[in-house]
Design a protein around this ligand. Structure first.
Ligand SMILES: Cc1cc2nc3c(=O)[nH]c(=O)nc-3n(C[C@H](O)[C@H](O)[C@H](O)COP(=O)(O)OP(=O)(O)OC[C@H]3O[C@@H](n4cnc5c(N)ncnc54)[C@H](O)[C@@H]3O)c2cc1C
Length: 645
C-alpha cells in the first residue's frame, strides 16, 4: 500500500476559506470529556496499572485514540478527487476501502467525528458511549403518549459520530435479516437485492470465528470484519435457550437461510473486543496515497449544478475553515439515516413544498425524509432471582481482574454486550404473516436497568430519574435481569423535516411510534410471551420472578393486563436505533423512492446514497451488518459503472 503512485508535489491543494455563515460553534452537550460520567467500570480501568491510563487526563476518550491523518507528504486535502464519500460509518468505511483498492481512483472520506479509543473497544461500555461526544445527541420530537417516562418525555436517538460511525458505539449484534426480508425488497422492483443477491456481500466482508459453524457455507472467512460468539455467557443464557426449547424452538444459525429459532449472539468482535467498521476496513489502509481520510470535517452541502443536475463536489467545515472540493466521478452520501436526508434537503433535493418553505432552491423534488421506520422495544421488564453471581451487577464486576481478563484473554464479563447474550425469533399468535416469518426478536440479557444502579444504561436511554428512583432503585440490592424484544416489522411510519437551513441544527425527527394498532398489539403479545418464557423450569431453578411494582403512569390499569403493558411501553419507549428508509430505495415507479436500486439519487447525476437510510422497509435485523453489506454492494456497483477493477 505504501508505494507512491501520485506525485505529491504536482497536486493541486484545496484552498480553505474562513467560515462566514452557519459556523460550527463547537457547543457540545455535557460529555465525559469535561464532566466524567459515573461508571464503576471506567473507574476501575483508570486504576488498572497495566493499562497505563493517566487518571489526571480529563478526557478519558483520548486514550489510545485512533488517529487519521493524511498519508505522508500531503500538505492538506486536494482540490479534487474521483470520489468523495460523506461519512466514515458502517457503510462509508467499507465503501472507501473498496473504492481505493488497486489505486485506480482517488477517494476523499470526510467524517465529522474522531477516531475510536481504548474505551470504545470494551464491549461492556457500549451503553456508556451514548453519553459521550462519540454520538450525535438527536432527540425525537415530542409525541403525546410516547416516551412518557423518559427525560422531558422525549426519546433519545443517539447516532455514532466517529471514524467508524455508529459501529463504534453500537451493541455489536451481527444480524443479516431473513431471506423473506430481502426477497420482499427485491419484489418491489429493487433488482439485485434479493437474499441470494445480498448474501455474497455479507460474506465478502466477514471473517467468522463461530464455533460449530466452521464448515457452514453461509459464513465468510476471508473478510476483514470479525464475527464471533460473545465470549462471556451467563448461566441465564442457557436458561433462556432451554426455555425456548421447551416451547418448541430450535437452535439455529440465525445468519443462515434457516434463521427462525434461537441462538447465542454472533457479534462483530475480535477476541472479546469491538470490531468497528473503521477497525475492520480503514485502520490498515491509512497509508494509501489515494485514500484521504479527514476526521473533524462536517459536510454542510453537496455542490450540484442546477442546470445539468449533476453533483460536482461538497462543502465542508474543518477547524473553523470552509472547504469546497470537487468530485470528478461521484459524491456518495454515507452519513447515515438522519444526516444523509438532511444534507440532501439542504442541497436542494427533497419535497418541493418543504424546501420552498425554507427558501431552498429546488433541484429535484423527491420524498426525502418522508419515510422513516424504526425498531422499538421495552427495556423495562425486570425479573428478580434468588441466587447471586448470575447477573452482571456493575458494582461486583468492576474489578481489575476482570479488566485484565479482557485485555489478556479477550473474555470475561467485560466482553459482554452489556448483558445481551441470546437471541430468538418468534411469531406471535396475532401475526398474519405466512410461514416462519417472525414478527418479534427476543434478546436475552443477564442484566436489568437496576444492575448498574441507574448510572449507565438508564442514563444512556434518557430514562427519567423519577421513574428510575421509583421503580428500579428498590431492586438494586437483588440480582435481576431482563428479556428485551424488538418489534421487527412496524407499520407505524415516521418522517423527518428540516428545522432550519443551518446545517448544524438537528433536523426534526418524528418517530410516530405505535400509531398503527397492530404494532401496539404485537408488542403486548411479545411481553406476555416473555413472561411465559421465564415462567419455566430453566428459570425457576434460579427463583426468577417478574418484578411487579407498577409504573406510576399506569397505575390505573390492572398490572399485567394488555392495557397495562401498552401503557408500560408508552412509558419506557425505547428505540433500538435502526432508523431506516429516509432515503428510500425504489424504482422510478415508486413515488416514495429517493434512490434507485443502484443507489443513484433519482434525477440527479453522479450522486448516490450508500448507508442504512436506503433500506426501504423494516427488516428482521439490527442494521449494522446490513449497512456494511450495502457498502460492499455499492462498491461493486460503482466499480462496475466506472470500469474500475
Ligand atoms: C446505541 C446503538 C446500538 C446499536 N446496536 C446495534 C447492534 O448491536 N447491532 C446492529 O446491527 N446495529 C446496531 N445499531 C445500529 C447500527 O449500528 C446502525 O444502523 C449502523 O451503524 C448505521 O450505519 P450507517 O453506515 O448507515 O451510518 P453510521 O454508521 O451512523 O455512519 C454515518 C457517519 O456519517 C457521519 N456524518 C454524518 N453527517 C456528517 C456530515 N455532515 N459530515 C461528515 N460526516 C457526517 C457520522 O458521524 C457517522 O460517522 C445500534 C445503533 C445505536 C445508536
Amino acid at each position: 500500500d505504501d508505494d507512491v503512485t501520485v506525485s505529491i508535489d504536482d497536486e493541486e491543494y484545496a484552498v480553505p476559506m474562513p467560515c462566514r455563515e452557519f459556523c460550527d460553534n463547537g457547543v457540545r452537550e455535557k460529555r465525559i470529556a469535561n464532566s466524567p460520567v459515573k461508571s464503576k467500570i471506567l473507574d476501575v480501568m483508570m486504576k488498572t496499572p497495566q493499562l497505563h491510563l493517566d487518571p489526571a487526563e480529563p478526557d478519558v476518550l483520548s486514550f489510545l485514540r485512533d488517529k487519521y491523518e493524511l498519508p505522508k507528504g500531503f500538505k492538506g486535502p486536494l482540490a479534487e478527487y474521483d470520489f468523495i464519500i460523506v461519512g466514515a460509518g458502517s457503510a462509508g468505511s467499507v465503501l472507501a476501502a473498496r473504492l481505493s483498492e488497486g489505486r485506480q481512483a482517488s477517494v476523499l472520506l470526510l467524517e465529522a467525528g474522531l477516531g475510536e479509543s481504548l474505551i470504545t473497544s470494551v464491549p461492556i461500555l457500549a451503553p456508556l458511549l451514548q453519553q459521550t461526544e462519540y454520538v450525535w445527541p438527536y432527540k425525537m420530537e415530542f409525541q403525546p403518549g410516547i416516551c412518557v417516562g423518559m427525560t422531558d418525555e422525549r426519546c433519545f436517538w443517539p447516532r455514532g459520530k466517529a471514524v467508524g460511525g455508529t459501529s463504534v458505539v453500537n451493541y455489536m449484534i451481527y444480524t443479516r435479516g431473513f431471506a423473506e426480508d430481502w426477497n420482499r425488497i427485491a419484489a418491489d422492483g429493487n433488482y439485485g437485492w434479493s437474499y441470494k443477491d445480498v448474501i455474497p456481500y455479507y460474506m465478502k466482508s466477514e471473517r467468522a470465528y463461530l464455533k460449530g459453524l466452521a464448515d457452514s457455507p453461509w459464513h465468510g472467512r476471508d473478510g476483514e470484519l470479525n464475527v464471533e460468539y460473545v465470549p462471556f455467557k451467563s448461566k441465564l443464557s442457557k436458561a433462556f435457550l432451554d426455555a425456548a426449547k421447551l416451547f418448541g424452538h430450535r437452535r439455529v444459525d440465525y445468519n443462515s437461510p434457516d434463521a427462525f429459532g434461537f441462538s447465542y449472539i454472533q457479534a462483530t468482535m475480535s477476541h472479546g473486543h469491538r470490531t468497528s467498521s473503521a477497525k475492520a476496513f480503514l485502520h490498515d489502509h491509512k497509508k494509501r496515497k489515494n485514500l484521504h481520510i479527514l476526521n473533524s470535517s462536517t459536510v454542510t452541502k453537496i455542490l450540484i449544478d442546477p442546470l445539468s443536475k449533476t453533483a460536482t463536489g461538497v462543502e465542508f467545515h474543518r477547524n473553523g475553515r470552509v472547504y469546497q472540493i470537487n468530485a470528478k466521478k461521484e459524491v456518495i452520501l454515507s452519513a447515515g439515516p438522519i444526516e444523509s436526508p438532511h444534507l440532501l434537503m439542504l442541497s436542494g433535493i427533497g419535497p418541493k413544498d418543504h424546501l420552498n418553505s425554507f427558501g431552498i432552491p429546488v433541484i429535484q423534488d423527491l420524498k426525502v425524509g418522508e419515510s422513516l421506520y424504526d425498531h422499538i422495544s421495552y427495556p423495562g421488564l425486570a425479573f428478580t432471582i434468588n441466587t447471586t453471581k448470575l447477573t452482571l451487577v456493575e458494582r461486583k464486576i468492576a474489578t481489575i481482574d476482570n479488566v485484565l481478563q479482557l485485555e489478556q484473554y479477550g473474555d470475561g464479563p467485560m466482553s459482554s454486550l452489556a448483558g445481551v447474550e441470546t437471541i430468538g425469533y418468534i411469531k406471535t399468535n396475532i401475526s398474519k404473516e405466512p410461514g416462519d416469518y417472525p414478527d418479534i426478536e427476543l434478546l436475552g440479557s443477564c442484566a436489568s436497568l437496576a444492575s448498574d444502579e441507574g448510572d449507565v444504561v438508564a442514563k444512556g436511554i434518557h430514562l427519567a430519574d423519577w421513574l428510575y428512583q421509583d421503580i428500579y432503585r428498590p431492586i438494586e440490592n437483588v440480582e435481576s435481569f431482563t428479556v428485551l424484544f424488538m418489534l421487527l416489522h412496524p407499520k407505524s411510519k415516521g418522517h423527518l423535516k428540516l428545522r432550519s437551513t443551518n446545517p448544524f441544527d438537528h433536523p426534526k425527527l418524528y418517530g410516530n411510534y405505535m400509531i398503527h394498532p397492530d404494532d401496539t398489539a404485537t408488542m403486548v403479545e411479545a411481553i406476555k410471551y416473555i413472561i411465559k418464557l421465564v415462567d419455566t423450569s430453566p428459570f425457576h431453578k434460579y427463583g426468577a420472578k417478574l418484578y411487579t411494582k407498577p409504573l406510576s403512569t399506569c397505575k390505573h390499569y390492572q398490572f399485567g393486563s394488555d392495557k397495562y403493558w401498552e401503557c408500560a411501553v408508552r412509558t419506557i419507549t425505547s428505540t433500538l436505533h435502526h432508523q431506516i428508509a429516509t432515503c428510500k430505495m425504489g424504482p422510478s415507479s415508486d413515488p416514495e423512492a429517493v434512490v434507485d436500486p443502484e443507489l443513484k439519487v433519482h434525477g440527479v447525476n453522479n450522486l448516490r446514497v450508500v448507508d442504512s437510510s436506503i433500506i426501504p422497509k423494516p427488516i428482521s435485523a439490527h442494521t449494522n451488518a446490513p449497512a456494511i453489506m450495502i457498502g460492499e454492494k455499492a462498491a461493486a456497483l460503482i466499480k462496475k459503472s466506472w470500469k474500475l477493477l
